[in-house]
Design a protein around this ligand. Structure first.
Ligand code: ATP
Length: 327
């Protein structure tokens, strides 16, 4: 019999489609194993301000197919302070919560690690939930697949209008520090170029590249740009190239928050359900301070220490392939 009687579950950082499927799986697996479940609303903020709500089997009915997170999410500056974390710990103790499952991105898992370094007696298990897929130790994160599908659908539509008007489109997608969404959707949409934060000097090369495409008289050009200061963003890049390519009418489209919303794909529902189920199994096996992830299709438990320290890299071979395929 497990010592754990009551577990808390929360979503933190940016929301991602599939988080609800993970909450549902954590809740039902825990209840199946005779534990009580407390939903902690608004991420770490809710831990500090006791936004606790008891979850039953029916509390998570009809959420599997819904985007967003029924527990809401937040970013908490206070949890970054020792006082904030102490208050959170006291609240968990008072509520009788003896384990926590955190669903979120690398920041949220960093928060979990910092907390567990200070307070040893409440085990935390992490579930990678972010559309960015930028978490080391897992092949994919909850929400990434759905976000890619949303981008592909939008870019396909933009391609139709781009071809009709001989247009050069800069389409900005999410991924401030990581180009996974840009790279994969760029390949999926046959983008003429993909600009990601991991690669230097791409904007400078863009001019040469477009000249080549121009000679081939392409009817449209789609450039996928990962958002962020490194590239300057789609508007800034478009301004730079506008002057040299007068034959194209240059347009910019920022896809923005549609990438976070929508019903999770079948893939994200299955991944999130599996990760939620496995997170509770990990607690039953007396695991702590680990993230549940996928490695080559198998479940893997990765220490928070590694998840935080190691940066997940995009595969440069895929960028090369995208270049070849778009000649
Ligand atoms: P996304 O990838 O979608 O942005 P994320 O989980 O990385 O999600 P962050 O805003 O980086 O989002 O982190 C979420 C919360 O985790 C922060 O608001 C903060 O409360 C907590 N957190 C992050 N880093 C730390 C830290 N070093 N110490 C304590 N708490 C932290």
């Amino acid at each position: 019999m497990s010592k754990i009687k009551k577990i808390g579950v929360l979503t933190s950082g940016g929301d991602a489609p599939g988080m609800n499927a993970a909450i549902r799986a954590v809740t039902r697996t825990a209840i199946f194993n005779n534990m009580e479940v407390v939903g902690i609303r608004h991420g770490y903020h809710g831990m500090i301000y006791k936004h606790f709500t008891h979850l039953k089997v029916y509390s998570v009915s009809d959420v599997l197919a819904k985007g967003g997170t029924i527990l809401k999410t937040a970013r908490s500056q206070e949890f970054m302070t020792a006082e904030g974390r102490k208050q959170a710990y006291d609240n968990l103790k008072e509520e009788g919560i003896d384990a926590v499952v955190v669903i979120g991105g690398d920041g949220s898992l960093t928060g979990a690690r910092v907390f567990c370094d200070e307070y040893y007696d409440i085990p935390f298990i992490g579930i990678p939930g972010t559309i960015d897929n930028d978490i080391y130790g897992t092949d994919y994160t909850i929400g990434y697949d759905t976000a890619q599908n949303t981008v592909v659908e939008a870019v396909d539509k933009i391609r139709d209008t781009a071809s009709s008007h001989n247009r050069l489109f800069f389409i900005e997608v999410m991924g401030r520090d990581a180009g996974f969404i840009a790279l994969k959707t760029g390949i999926a949409c046959g983008a003429e170029a993909i600009l990601i934060p991991e690669v230097e000097g791409q904007v400078e090369n863009l001019q040469n590249f477009l000249e080549k495409g121009n000679k081939r008289k392409k009817s449209s050009n789609i450039i996928i740009v990962a958002e962020g200061e490194k590239s300057g963003g789609a508007f800034a890049i478009a301004e730079k190239v506008k002057e040299d390519f007068k034959e194209y009418s240059v347009r910019v489209s920022i896809l923005g928050h549609i990438q976070r919303g929508g019903a999770p794909s079948a893939f994200d529902r299955v991944s999130a359900s599996t990760l939620g189920y496995e997170a509770v199994q990990a607690l039953l096996d007396d695991q702590k301070s680990v993230m549940v992830g996928f490695h080559n299709g198998e479940i893997d438990l990765v220490p928070f220490r590694k998840v935080i320290k190691i940066k997940k890299k995009v595969d440069p071979a895929q960028l090369e392939m995208a270049d070849v395929l778009s000649i």
